[in-house]
Design a binder for this molecule. Sequence first.
Ligand code: ATP
Ligand code: MG
Length: 568
Amino acid sequence: MRASELFCPTLREVPSEAEVVSHQLLVRAGFIRKTTAGVYTYLPLGFRVIKKIEEIVREEMNRAGAQELLMPIIQPAELWQKSGRWDIYGDEMFRLTDRHDRYFALGPTHEEIITAIVDGDVHSYRDLPLLLYQIQNKYRDEIRPRFGLMRGREFIMKDLYSFDTDEEGLEISYKKMYEAYTRIYDRLNLKYRVVEADPGAIGGNESHEFMVLANNGESQIVYCDNCDYSANVEKAPCMAEEMQETDEEIHDLEKIHTPGQKTIQDIAERFAIPRRRQVKTLIYWADGELVAVCLRGDRELNEIKLKNILKCNQLFMADEQLVKQSCGAGVGSLGPVGMDLKVYVDLEVPAMKNFTCGANEDDYHFMNVNMGRDFVPEGVVDIRNAVEGDQCPVCRQGCLKTARGIEVGHIFKLGTKYSQAMGATFLDKNGQEKPMVMGCYGIGISRTMAAAVEQNNDENGIIWPLSIAPYQVIIIPVNNRKTEQMDTAEFIYKELRKRGIETIIDDRDERAGVKFKDADLIGIPIKITVGPKSLQANQVEVKKRWEDKVEMLDISTITEKVIDIINS
Ligand code: ATP
Ligand code: MG
């Protein structure tokens, strides 16, 4: 490719709305442009990266025995009604009507479509297992589209669905995908971790997420410093921590006046009561019912765990007005004592003696509250987020550590949830009708592109891993008005292209500094500079984007050297 002809509009300025480095760099380096919130155009270089990621994913899916197909983006409401998800998918689904007022969705995922296809055409155990996948745009009206390609409303996903005759079959399909994903992220050269995950709204019972490690990642991960346990914090179970004050004497309940003191921090400062000796109470709206949840003052509620415990579809924190109406006090004065709603307390609360909490009366708190004596909860449940230093729930010896990650892949065992709802059955060896056992496996192609940049960059720009770089080599003649430099650059360009190496020649009539800056910004892995000094010795400069070192190499050996770097 000639830089003079390439459509790659680079910017000197950082776009103001771009909060994370991958978003900033992908826009600045001319890889993507925003069309509207969460919807992007991939410019030529960006599109090449997407195609490369897709190709690696495709190769590994095919290697695992899967077959590619392409399903429609427009999906009729009837299929979603059949699975029961039309009503529960919620606002994330883009819905539309046709001229006859029939309802449709823009596909956020394709379990319904694929299950209907397989149901229609697969009837015997002889036709199973089946692994079917596609690479396609997905549509989700995310509440907060952000971070560029990381959380889009239109994004590219590889989604694969497995159909087996039984659980053992599913186990094999799942393992195949787990291994294929590992190969994919190894080939992409990204640092990642596989973590246990909450199966969430899609349903099913076991799932793993592939997390690219990055400080800006939206997901919080915990892992054990002793065994190989690793989980999304959404999923990680907590042990009831042994409180130190176990032989503490129980005191009389005391009501205290706390005007204007509405937070755990306010009480901690005013009465010198540490946050871990207080209990906070939150009110949630769960499918129409209000519930109160209590946990230690220094803990964070885990909404995913709460949702699973309440078995509800929709869960929101109640707003101030709703809280006032139902509890008679504002959010800063709530507590389990005398609470009219069902109260769920975290596992740690029973062991807390003489704690402080709101009195369900504005400007009042209770001190010396004790569960059992002062209130009896509906349930004692695990509803807090695991934190650094917690005991490992698996080996019980190590301590948990935390890290942040970007969820780039997600694999689920679905079981028979969809096949049962949609009647996707087959006849087994004995002629008995059984529901197919399913799994589903997603990879965020466009999110992976952002994750690669998030993990590979410096102050000058992107550092693409060789396997997905838009071009592998860029040749820069320092001064393209000097015939000798230009001729040498053109010669190397021709030689590299002959060997199938994807190369850009920067033939623009620009200052050398501008060319170097752009080359670093767009992150081409191998840079060959043709300058006057090196040419005297029949040499050129070769620099890898991820190293500072510059090598002088003979022009005659350059092609082999580049091939060596690419293969190593
Ligand atoms: P998240 O928790 O980030 O919303 P999810 O659990 O909704 O993700 P899945 O339904 O499992 O995601 O989708 C499979 C993959 O698609 C995810 O692992 C992720 O890589 C990608 N993905 C999901 N939502 C988005 C999005 N809004 N923008 C870009 N990629 C996405
Ligand atoms: Mg989501």
